[in-house]
Design a protein around this ligand. Structure first.
Ligand code: COA
Length: 155
């Protein structure tokens, strides 16, 4: 059932307490997200590093997350987004955009020049990235034969 919010959605850095809800949402959407659920330890590490943001409904329910890395080596001028997901019930209400904006402002503060990400070429999410200003750099077929789009945002 689609939910419509009267109170605004909020986006904040994930805490350890959010981990079970992040994993539960990732599990529900495993067909779209792939292997994320198998990387529990890595996810917990990303929480510790401040490299997961979560979106919460007015009632405090976790309804989306983005997992990214600012690539700590000084020579890296990019931030990479690995996983983005919003709850089906809340799609189309701006949560995905808010999460990606939060990553962009955090990356800007760290002096990053671009945000990069890969997305399966068949996924509807490609329309989302285009609509929030990302540019399609190239498409490639990986070793398993999956077609991937490479998107980038200049900061
Ligand atoms: C992709 C995803 C994160 C979008 O989240 P969302 O919360 O629905 O996105 P928003 O509501 O912030 O949408 C922002 C804009 O993108 C557009 N958009 C979002 N999904 C779209 C779609 N499937 N097709 C076309 N446009 C889309 C919206 O219309 C909106 O445009 P507007 O600002 O002009 O109104 C969500 O659909 C999702 O979790 N998908 C499954 C997981 C996934 O595919 N992740 C990415 C893997 S690479």
């Amino acid at each position: 059932m689609k939910r419509s919010e009267t109170t605004p959605l909020t986006v904040l850095e994930a805490s350890e307490k959010d981990a079970p809800a992040i994993l539960a949402l990732a599990d529900v959407h495993r067909d779209e997200l792939g292997a994320i659920i198998q990387h529990r330890q890595w996810l917990l590490q990303q929480v510790e590093r401040g490299e997961i943001f979560v979106a919460k409904s007015g009632e405090g329910q976790l309804i989306g997350f983005v997992v990214f890395s600012h690539q700590s080596l000084a020579e890296h001028e990019n931030t990479t987004v690995y996983y983005l997901c919003t709850s089906e019930d809340y799609r189309g209400q701006g949560a995905g955009k808010l999460l990606m904006e939060a990553v962009a402002s955090d990356a800007r503060i760290r002096g990053k020049k671009t945000i990069d990400l890969k997305c399966p070429a068949h996924a509807p999410a490609n329309y989302f990235y285009k609509s929030i200003g990302y540019k399609l750099l190239q498409s490639e077929t990986d070793r398993e034969g999956n077609r991937l789009n490479f998107w980038t945002l200049r900061l």
